[in-house]
Design a protein. Sequence first.
Length: 337
Amino acid sequence: MAGQAGSHRAPAEQSPLLLILGFVLVAGLLFGLFKVVDPGGGDAEPTAAIVSETTTSATTTAPTTEPEAKVQQGLTLEPVPAPVCEDVQVETEITVLSYNIKSARIGGGIGAYLGVIANSGADVVLLQEVDKFRHTSNQIDQAGWLADNLGGWYDAFGANVDYGGGLYGTAIISRYPILSSENTHLPNGPGGQQRGLLHAVIDVDGVEVSLYNTHLQNKIDYLKVAQARAIAPIIAADDRPRILGGDFNSMVGDTPLSTIIGGAGMTDTWGAVGIGSGLTHPSSNPRGRIDLLLHGGDGITAISSDVLPATNSDHRAVRATYAVDGVAAKVCGDLYG
């Protein structure tokens, strides 16, 4: 049986060529799968994320958490136009009051006059018979006190007489800033009391407006006429919108007021747009219209005028509202044209 010893053979060895072909086949399949998952060649992202990004790029209103540069790929964004702004001239209304307060010695004291002024809606008040530090009025700066208690207004005082331990004259208080003020003494003579013309320039939202305040002589006619003649050229030389108020101790048609109205180119405001009788004195039973507001110059128009019913003083206060032109305002066009 020795001849059968070699009947069982060892298994044949595998060919190296087959192993190489198998490796190439597997590598090719893996490479193809990698290209499907990450066509951009970057870090691999889930297929769902690619679909989401593609959808977002095609729909500009869809929310996305991708960086802005990716969201806007392929889109042209028009810049939003800036609003076009320009300064234009408009008008604003101011209300002016002229009030002889008789040193606040009657009618409930200075606090009562504050109430009348505050309730009037005035922006500017021209005051006559005003005390400053006089013993008979508790040494109060009446104009300053009123301005402070109206919420920090501005004030200007025109001193015409020095007695009683202090000063006496006219004043202007204003919600608008007072840029400058000056008091000019008017002609005086035997039996008269020194009177003045107080001038203040206020800033009404960028427009300068001149305010004049006076209190003409009582009873001495020639002094009233002389004072009116002194006032007229001062106001006529002013090219601003202007308002003159005061206790004139004369009525429209009398020589003093005719001199001022004609010589200064002014208009009687109540005569133009007045409501009611316009009578101001005496306050308990008014028979004369001696407290007036006048206006003139370019850029100012009277809207309304009336007399307040308050009887604290021996004079009633006259009120007028004006439109002032030329106030600067910034106006912008529609943001999107």
